[in-house]
Design a protein. Structure first.
Length: 357
C-alpha cells in the first residue's frame, strides 16, 4: 500500500472528504518531493501536488504517484490553490492547525470563497509515526555514520582542544561521508555540560572535564540522533557514580520499550531509577522523541503525553542529568520498535569512556 493510499484510508476513517497538506516533511513522506514550497490536495478519489515554477521539473521527476501542477508570477499561491480546489469540486477542506499560520489562513479564506476550511490534526502525523522498512534502513544508515563520527572525534580529544575545533572536525567528517548534520551539534565540556542544549564555544578541554556530544547525520532525507558523554582523564568517584545511575536508567528504559506500552510510563521509569540516587530533580526534559524525516519527528516520550508504543516506530531514548557547577551528562540511543521489543540502531559504546591524557 502506498503512502497516498494510506492517507486516503485515513480520510475515510475520519469521515473527511479532502485535506490540504502544507507541511514539507509530510509532503516528502507522501510524494517524495523535496522542494521548499508545495501543497498537496488529497481527496478520497484524487489529488494533486502544487508547487511554483522553481520546481516544475523537480516535482515532475520526484512525484510519481500524483499529478503535478506549478504556477509562476504574478499568480499567487492561494489563488492557484483555489483554482484546483474548485476544479476538484471540494466544498470542505481540512488543514493542519499546527502548521498553517494565521496569515496563511487569512489568504486562503479570502481566495477560497464558499469553501469551508476545517482546522484539524494532520492525519499524516499518525501515519508517519510507523516507519516502513526502507525508512528504518535509512535511519540505520545515518546511525552508522554518526557512530563512526564519534569514533573519530574521540581520537581528537586532548587538553587544549576547543569545543569549536571538535565541531569543525565533525562537520568535515560528514562532508567526507556524503552526509550533512541532522541539527546544530551540541559539543560542550566541563561545567558547560550542565547546559542540555549548550552551543560549542572556544572553551578548551581540560583534564577531568565531562565532554558531551549530541550529534546526528542526515542522508537522503532521514536522520540519526546520538548523545554520548565521556571524561578527559580519570573520572572522579562522583562522575562514575552519577554516570552509572544514568546508564542504569537508560538501559532499563530501552528494555521497557515494547508494543502496547505507554511512553509516559517509560518516562516515569527513568525518573524512578534516577531518584534512587536523588538525581531525578536534575532531569528536566522528556525521555525521547520520534525520529525520521525530522530529527524531532512525530511522537513524544514524556510525563505529560499518553503515547502508545507500536511496531515500526523509531524513538530516541535520552535521559540526562544536569547539575550546575558539577556538569551534566546524557546518554541517547535510537531504537526501532519490533514485535518483541526493540532494536537499537546506534552502536557506539555507552559505558563511561575515560580518555587518557
Amino acid at each position: 500500500m502506498t503512502n497516498i493510499e494510506r492517507l486516503r484510508d485515513a480520510l475515510t476513517e475520519r469521515d473527511l472528504a479532502a485535506v490540504v497538506i502544507s507541511n514539507l516533511p509530510a509532503i516528502y513522506w507522501l510524494t517524495g518531493f523535496t522542494g521548499s514550497f508545495g501543497l498537496a490536495i488529497i481527496t478520497r478519489e484524487s489529488g494533486i501536488l502544487l508547487t511554483d515554477s522553481r520546481y516544475t521539473i523537480q516535482a515532475g521527476e520526484q512525484c510519481q504517484e500524483l499529478p503535478v501542477d506549478s504556477f509562476r508570477s504574478p499568480m499567487k499561491a492561494e489563488d492557484f490553490l483555489a483554482e484546483h480546489v474548485t476544479r476538484l469540486g471540494i466544498s470542505r477542506l481540512m488543514f493542519d492547525r499546527n502548521h498553517v499560520t494565521v496569515a496563511t489562513l487569512e489568504k486562503w479564506t479570502g481566495a477560497l470563497s464558499g469553501v469551508e476550511l476545517v482546522p484539524g490534526e494532520d492525519p499524516i502525523d499518525d501515519l508517519r509515526t510507523i516507519k516502513s522498512a526502507d525508512e528504518v534502513a535509512r535511519v540505520r544508515h545515518c546511525c552508522g555514520i554518526s557512530d563512526k563520527a564519534l569514533e573519530h572525534l574521540l581520537t581528537l580529544i586532548r587538553p587544549g582542544v576547543s569545543e569549536l575545533e571538535l565541531l569543525w572536525a565533525f562537520q568535515d567528517f560528514l562532508r567526507r561521508h556524503s552526509a550533512t548534520s541532522a541539527f546544530d551539534p551540541i559539543i560542550v565540556s566541563g561545567a558547560r555540560t550542565a547546559r542540555p542544549h549548550g552551543n560549542p564555544s572556544e572553551k578548551k578541554l581540560e583534564k577531568g572535564d565531562f565532554i558531551t556530544f549530541d550529534l546526528g547525520a542526515r542522508v537522503d532525507g532521514y536522520n540519526s540522533d546520538i548523545t554520548r558523554t565521556v571524561v578527559l582523564g580519570p573520572a572522579s568517584d562522583r562522575q562514575r557514580d552519577t554516570y552509572a545511575q544514568l546508564l542504569k536508567a537508560q538501559c532499563a528504559c530501552i528494555d521497557a520499550m515494547k508494543p502496547g506500552v505507554n511512553g509516559k510510563d517509560v518516562d516515569a521509569l527513568a525518573r524512578t531509577i534516577l531518584d534512587e540516587k536523588h538525581l531525578a530533580q536534575h532531569f528536566g526534559h522528556g525521555l525521547g522523541h520520534g525520529l525520521g524525516a525530522l530529527v524531532h519527528d512525530t511522537g513524544r516520550l514524556s510525563s505529560v503525553v499518553d503515547q502508545e508504543i507500536s511496531v515500526g516506530q523509531i524513538w530516541t531514548i535520552e535521559p540526562g542529568v544536569y547539575i550546575e557547577g558539577f556538569g551534566g551528562m546524557r546518554i541517547e540511543d535510537d531504537i526501532v520498535i519490533t514485535g518483541s521489543g526493540c532494536d537499537v540502531l546506534t552502536a557506539f559504546p555507552k559505558h563511561l569512556i575515560e580518555i587518557d591524557c
